[in-house]
Design a protein around this ligand. Structure first.
Ligand SMILES: [Zn+2]
Length: 112
């Protein structure tokens, strides 16, 4: 599998969407609540497993998935990931490019 790296990451503050522009010229828009629900840290993963949720298509009513969560900060982590701090104070999620790419693809398939 090719390594995907975003050319640009744009935070749209008003809509609370993160726009990723990939090197293959595709774009992805990921909402703050989606990224919060898909937080890859071990605590959130354990919560998802306990609740038998997975991140495919964010199954379940949207309001179950962290409503009213905003981005507080986005910080680069080396050359491979970003750390996202959310308005609920959660700051343990480190999102590697491959994970963001995978989320983008899952969500675009769900939209079909
Ligand atoms: Zn987490």
């Amino acid at each position: 599998m090719a390594t995907y790296i975003p050319n640009a990451i744009v935070l749209h503050a008003r809509s609370q969407m993160l726009e990723l522009r990939w090197t293959d010229e595709t774009k992805a828009w990921l909402a703050s609540r989606t990224l919060r629900a898909a937080c890859p840290c071990s605590a959130c993963e354990a919560t998802r497993i306990a609740a038998k949720r997975d991140t495919d298509c964010m199954s379940g009513p949207e309001d179950e998935w962290s409503p009213n969560i905003d981005f507080s900060a986005i910080e680069p982590v080396g050359h491979y990931a970003i750390r996202i701090v959310f308005s609920d104070g959660h700051d343990r999620g480190i999102y590697p490019w491959t994970y963001l790419r995978q989320l983008s693809l899952q969500l675009s398939e769900c939209a079909l």
